[in-house]
Ligand binder design. Structure first.
Ligand SMILES: *Cc1c(COP(=O)(O)O)cnc(C)c1O
Length: 394
């Protein structure tokens, strides 16, 4: 079948929940993707912050294949070696104490919500606790994660949500403080807002929320699903600020393509929240997914990934800043490492479509922002190539 025929078949078989770009990607190699016709594309999306090491990374592929031949799935009623190894490495990388593996980012957020409610329930026995989340946040599509997602457009048709959620303004501590009362059990936000427009938390905001949470025994919960796993040049974005949360959610690049997420917490929270019977999952933490995650942590070290993100991320920042200063219709440039955004004063879909035609894969964040989330191995040369194509599309 031709590419067009596959697209037509997809449109007749799949539920239409995405407006897809008119391309069928067939395979990838390093920072390049190839479509069914063999056309080559430079990829600055990485499956949306997923493929940290690029495509067809041999060490990663070998680890996944070896696990396929050993055992793919058992059950959380038994122990398995890859899950133990991945949990230990995740603890070491994050400084957190307790790990629960999920299958996705949204499920990791669900876990955080349940943790917060249980923690508060054990303190006073009541069930009317509130969570403060942020406007413009994105936490996923399941009902709990949707309920803490700040963009009303995503929630509208699916109300009522889980309830007792309030929205403050990111980086506006007074707006958070104004919502806090004796029922508040958690403050949840992305350390760097992704879908909402690439807005990093300010250091001041992180410090103020931390102090408030300490004072009132409220859980500080960070969503690191998109900004975590090395994307900002730190294994987790909060490490840049030196502010440690009580709980956090991870996914996307945790498995580098194999579906896996996790929620983590400190010992204090772990000892006073979820217990046997409170939470579970069939697939979560299965040997295949955790073998992938375990290898991911090894490869971060072996390939010195954070060093490249810092250096080449700075380079990308300089170059995008130049472009921002040069072009009148570019009205903002934000971000850290390989999580950056250029905001235009008009929708960016036409630019993204043109780029795709010219062999460059880009993605938006909201209507007016191009988001740059390449594989973490991109070089300065890749950045230059990307910019050449991008400029020709402006
Ligand atoms: C992608 C994302 C999620 C949801 O993850 P899924 O794996 O798609 O469920 C949650 N939070 C943030 C910040 C994300 O970027």
């Amino acid at each position: 079948m031709t590419q067009k025929e596959y697209i037509d078949k997809a449109e007749s078989a799949l539920l239409h929940t995405y407006n897809r770009y008119q391309v069928v990607f067939d395979h990838g190699d390093g920072v390049y993707l190839y479509d069914l016709d063999g056309k080559k594309y430079l990829d600055f999306v990485a499956g949306i912050s997923v493929f940290a090491f690029g495509y067809n990374c041999k060490e990663y592929n070998d680890a996944v294949k070896a696990q396929v031949d050993k055992i793919i799935h058992t059950s959380n009623y038994y122990y398995n070696v890859p899950a133990v190894e991945a949990a230990v490495k995740l603890k070491e990388a994050s400084g957190m104490d307790r790990v629960f593996f999920t299958n996705s980012g949204a499920e990791a957020i669900e876990g955080l919500i349940k943790t917060a409610r249980k923690y508060a329930f054990l303190k006073d026995g009541s069930t009317d606790h509130e969570i403060i989340a942020m406007e413009h946040s994105f936490h996923g599509r399941t009902m709990g994660a949707l309920s803490v997602t700040g963009n009303p457009h995503y929630r509208e048709a699916f109300e009522p949500g889980i309830g007792n959620i309030k929205f403050a303004k990111m980086n506006d501590f007074e707006s958070v403080k104004a919502l806090v009362n004796e029922k508040t059990c958690a403050i949840l936000f992305e350390t760097v807002q992704g879908e909402g427009g690439i807005y990093p938390a300010t250091k001041e905001f992180m410090e103020q929320v931390r102090a408030l949470c300490d004072e009132k025994d409220i859980l500080m919960m960070l969503d690191e699903v998109q900004c975590g796993m090395g994307r900002t040049g730190y294994m987790f974005a909060w490490q840049k600020y030196g502010i440690k949360p009580d709980c956090m959610a991870v996914a996307k690049a945790l498995g580098c393509g194999v579906p896996i997420g996790a929620f983590l917490m400190t010992e204090k929270v772990g000892a006073h929240s979820l217990v046997a019977g409170d939470h579970g999952t069939t697939y979560g933490g299965n040997p295949l997914a955790t073998a992938a995650a375990s290898k991911v942590f090894d490869l971060f070290k072996e390939k010195d990934i954070l060093k490249n993100v810092k250096e080449t991320g700075d380079y990308l920042y300089e170059k995008l800043e130049l472009l921002y200063n040069e072009k009148e219709d570019i009205v903002g440039h934000r971000g850290l490492g390989f999580l950056q955004g250029l905001e235009f004063d008009h929708p960016v879909s036409e630019i993204i479509n043109k780029a795709l035609e010219k062999g460059l894969v880009l993605i938006n964040a909201g209507t007016n922002i191009i988001r740059f989330v390449p594989p973490l191995i991109v070089s300065k040369k890749n950045v230059d190539d990307m910019l050449d194509i991008l400029k020709s599309c402006l």
